[in-house]
Design a protein around this ligand. Structure first.
Ligand SMILES: [Zn+2]
Length: 392
């Protein structure tokens, strides 16, 4: 058992023994022939001995017996339970919190707090249904906001967007901006589900709702563009995609391929090339440069595309660009050079394959695809495309 844990417990339990046990005991037994200290101290040390000898279950038994639950020791029981939960020993935390709520002396406030902690224990041990019941039961108590916050966590994990919406409104009732952004994502996820079922009419309805919640949402613009594309409204699709440039240029690289298709369908490839030229590539990333090199290749030939790419690689070296440069060079070289280039190609392919494409700004989670909610820390809008030599 790590020393810092034992130190933590000692700090936690010393005042308990002193304040709640011994002092209360002294008052209670002041005139008694047997000293309460004599009764309690050996038990207390026994508990500590169990802890030090890495027998936490026995230690818990002793401490639970020692610290009779009353109004003064509830906080300590809660703290002890939370300490075990933080260490990942959820079963022990559950035992302590269950022991607490079984006591009739608790005030309503203390009971609600203990139920909340027990709910968190179940949540952390993955028993979502049981945790949900506890939190639901707290929605009409003073712990309403905190219970709703945990319910949001559960419903987001279960992708139950309607229930997540209902609870987010309770949790974030005084943080409208955060609430609206989150609810816009929920509507987008509902729209994505309907996309999967090819129910495009409902997709449009959900996206409209999402836009109402958050007119600056990149998620909405991206899905709206794809919906319009699906319905062959290429002009509307381009309008939706181009909103992203103003909303957050970091994400424009996500839609350039789709935009290229729209411009092509409208027979306006030249307009797309002009659009790409005016985008600041320092912000928009490597996809932007690659799309440009593809169009230059189509319009002006391979040599021009190679010249363009070499210029860009000098400004912003990247594995993906190098890989594309090798592809283009393979088209122009003779057999002798081609075999050397193929070796090089194997390396650049590998570099692109292992590179991180997206990263959470909050917890550092690395991903190969774009997540609107980080799978690591569960924050929304923290995963961003990564710029840099190997990542791109
Ligand atoms: Zn994260």
């Amino acid at each position: 058992m790590p020393t810092e844990f034992i130190t933590g417990l000692l700090f936690l339990l010393l005042p308990v023994a002193a304040a709640s046990g011994w002092i209360a005991g002294r008052k209670k037994y002041l005139k008694s022939s047997t000293s309460y200290v004599d009764e309690v101290a050996p038990e207390y040390y026994k508990g500590l001995r169990y802890l030090i000898n890495e027998q936490p279950d026995k230690a818990i038994e002793v401490f639970l017996r020692l610290l009779e639950v009353d109004k003064d020791t509830v906080e300590v029981h809660l703290a002890l339970g939370n300490l075990f939960r933080r260490r990942g020993e959820v079963d022990r935390a559950i035992r302590i919190h269950q022991n607490l709520i079984a006591r009739p002396v608790l005030s309503n406030e203390q009971r609600a707090q203990s139920l909340l902690e027990l709910g968190v224990d179940y949540l952390r041990s993955g028993l979502l249904d049981r945790a949900e019941d506890f939190f639901r039961g707290l929605l009409d108590t003073t712990y309403r906001t905190r219970a709703a916050r945990y319910l949001v966590e559960i419903y987001e994990a279960e992708m139950d967007w309607d229930k997540a919406m209902e609870c987010a409104r309770i949790w974030l009732h005084d943080d409208t901006e955060n609430l609206n952004r989150r609810i816009a994502h929920y509507y987008c996820h509902k729209a994505e589900e309907k996309f999967g079922e090819n129910d495009l009419k409902t997709v449009r309805q959900f996206l409209k709702q999402a836009l109402k919640q958050d007119p600056d949402s990149v998620h909405v613009s991206l899905l709206e563009g794809r919906l319009e594309m699906e319905e062959e409204n290429y002009r509307a699709a381009i309008r939706a995609f181009r909103r992203i440039e103003k909303q957050n240029p970091e994400f424009i690289g996500e839609v350039l391929n789709d935009m290229k298709r729209c411009y092509r369908e409208l027979d306006r490839t030249q307009d797309f090339l002009e659009y790409l030229h005016q985008l600041p590539s320092s912000e928009t990333g490597v996809n932007h440069v690659i799309e440009m090199s593809d169009l230059i290749q189509e319009n002006e030939g391979v040599e021009s595309a190679i010249r363009f790419l070499v210029g860009r690689i000098e400004q912003l070296p990247s594995a993906k660009m190098l890989d594309r440069l090798v592809d283009l060079s393979l088209l122009t070289e003779d057999d002798h050079h081609r075999s050397k280039l193929k070796c090089f190609k194997r390396l650049t392919e590998k570099l692109v394959e292992v590179g991180t494409t997206y990263k959470c700004n909050y917890c550092g989670y690395n991903a190969r695809k774009l997540y609107w909610q980080c799978p690591g820390c569960k924050h929304w809008d923290t995963v961003k495309p990564v710029r840099g030599t190997t990542s791109e």
